[in-house]
Design a protein around this ligand. Structure first.
Ligand SMILES: NC(=O)c1ccc[n+]([C@@H]2O[C@H](COP(=O)([O-])OP(=O)(O)OC[C@H]3O[C@@H](n4cnc5c(N)ncnc54)[C@H](O)[C@@H]3O)[C@@H](O)[C@H]2O)c1
Length: 267
């Protein structure tokens, strides 16, 4: 999909977490194309370096930092790097996420729930905590959290993952209320099934079993999504085009959450 280049985040400084792969990498490339200066974070240093090469090829100024978003001091160091490098922060995209276990109640493990919450919820809490004052200084701050359709309905991930994404959606609303008075907007995107590193096992399995045509066919558009399609929604919510939108969770899901999707009702 080609998004017309219009400089929608020209000169803005954006932090993107989970930028080494999938949706985060696609967002980094799109933000670079649209004129942003980037501070990119991920646990995977080698792949993050590849993203850096890709955003530089788009002409962007960018820095990277190996960061575990579940570690508050690591997140603080990321924010410090962005400010030291570019002097300000205008946009934060909390995109890093993990899935956790997919199992029945008897096998739920507290440690797994804690790991999933630490990355998917506290990761966003820490970046917002440490970036808030800079976003307020920028007078037009924007935060975009990558939640999931799993945070709206069941059936799109394990229980801890779903609950963590629901928490992230609610945190998006409460943070929007805390920061709205400072003209800092906070929104979320809720992707449906997107082909990325996270969903690779699902895609590999379906293709191996000759069931590739079934991938994504339970949503109304009858197909899975691409990382670039989610990146386009993240860019919209981060840009001034969404200047009067805050506290919202936007599904980017081919209509998946528009339907009750009753068991047995779809081919
Ligand atoms: N792919 C989908 O179908 C889908 C659907 C809904 C929501 N999402 C969400 O989209 C976001 C991006 O995931 P993706 O699909 O691009 O998957 P991905 O695995 O390709 O990318 C996720 C990135 O996050 C990084 N990451 C994981 N834990 C981290 C941590 N503690 N600190 C820093 N970085 C960390 C990973 O290294 C990886 O590069 C996630 O929040 C995910 O939950 C994905």
């Amino acid at each position: 999909m080609s998004v017309q280049k219009t400089g929608r985040v020209e000169g803005k400084v954006a932090i993107i977490t989970g930028a080494a792969s999938g949706i985060g990498r696609a967002a980094a490339i799109l933000f670079a194309r649209e004129g942003a200066k980037l501070a990119l974070a991920d646990m995977q240093e080698g792949a993050l370096q590849e993203t850096l090469t890709l955003v530089k090829a788009e002409g962007a100024e960018a820095v990277i930092r190996k960061t575990n978003v579940a570690d508050e001091s690591d997140v603080q160091a990321l924010i410090d790097l962005a400010v030291k490098s570019f002097g300000r922060i205008d946009i934060v995209c909390n995109n890093a996420g993990i899935t956790g276990q997919y199992c029945g109640p008897e096998d739920w493990e507290g440690e797994d729930w804690q790991r999933v919450y630490a990355v998917n919820v506290l990761g966003a809490v820490y970046t917002i905590k440490h970036a808030a004052k800079y976003l307020i200084d920028s007078k037009k701050g924007a935060i975009v959290n990558t939640a999931s359709v799993a945070g709206i309905r069941s059936g799109a991930g394990g229980n801890a993952y779903s609950a963590s994404k629901a928490a992230l959606i609610n945190f998006t609303q409460t943070a929007a209320c805390d920061l709205g008075g400072f003209n800092v907007r906070v929104n979320a995107v809720c992707p449906g099934l997107i082909e990325t590193g996270m969903t690779k096992p699902v895609f590999d399995y379906a293709r191996e079993k000759g069931k590739a045509e079934k991938l994504g066919n339970r949503c109304e558009l009858r197909r899975y999504g691409r990382p670039e399609e989610v990146a386009a929604a993240i860019l919209f919510l981060a840009s001034d085009d969404a200047g009067y939108i805050t506290g919202q969770a936007l599904p980017v899901d081919g209509g998946n959450t528009a339907s009750l999707n009753l068991p047995g009702m779809k081919a």
